[in-house]
Design a protein. Structure first.
Length: 230
């Protein structure tokens, strides 16, 4: 049976800051990579380097989990993976429905990394009748008109929105009405949701613009350096 994802507000009530919660998946990914390469213990400096943060910040983050490592030895990799996975809710089985089976939706459905982290794609939904019944990664596409029934029959609590912007809010409202309490939104529009529903916005255009900003900064800094070298 699927269960509700860990509410970030509950984490805050236990004294875990939102910024720490946001970094825990990064530590988890770094630890999995270390474990797969045969590493059994890791120092805070080594783990911080692998995760791209400084070691004082990492030690403070992990202290919120009650994990302080062993002086002179470091952290037990397997145990720390378990601690973080438990805090993130990754030891549960989360049922996920993806709405929108275009290029992005298909890519998400075919991504093999979800299952190993506790996320199970239980439904794919699209408004295009031509796509209904098609199998993507072994999951049949259901028509948008049956969204509510699909959510309720699969007990999905997480919805992924990969539809065009104008349709996103309506899809969001229907997911919530059907019982979804957490939403990952790839549509380039902000969503309005009631209290108790968590939304993560992933705007790929915005992320590229941020990278463009940093590229422009580097280009601007290089101009005086080139001029000085003449």
């Amino acid at each position: 049976m699927s269960r509700r994802p860990v509410d970030p507000r509950a984490a805050r009530s236990r004294g875990i800051p939102e910024a720490t919660v946001a970094r825990l998946p990064v530590y988890h990914r770094a630890l999995l990579a270390l474990g797969e390469s045969g590493v059994r213990t890791v120092s805070s400096e080594e783990l911080a380097t692998a995760a791209g943060v400084n070691s004082p910040k990492l030690r403070k983050d992990l202290s919120h989990l009650g994990s302080y490592g062993t002086r002179g030895v470091g952290y037990d990799v397997d145990y720390l993976i378990y601690q973080i996975a438990r805090e993130l809710g990754l030891t549960q089985d989360w049922a996920v429905v993806i709405v929108g089976v275009g290029n992005l939706g298909r890519a998400l459905a075919n991504y093999g990394g979800f299952a190993g982290r506790g996320f199970r794609i239980v439904g794919l939904v699209d408004a295009d009748p031509a796509r209904v019944g098609e199998q993507v990664a072994g999951v049949p596409v259901t028509h948008l008109g049956r969204l509510e029934g699909l959510v309720q029959s699969t007990r999905a609590t997480i919805g992924v929105i990969a539809v065009p912007g104008p349709a996103a809010q309506q899809v969001c409202d229907r997911l919530i009405a059907a019982g979804v309490t957490s939403i990952l939104n790839f549509a380039p529009v902000p969503l309005v949701v009631p209290a108790g529903v968590d939304v993560r916005e992933v705007d790929l255009g915005v992320e590229l613009q941020i990278l463009a900003f940093h590229e422009q900064r580097k280009a601007d800094a290089a101009v005086p350096a080139l001029a000085a070298g003449r």
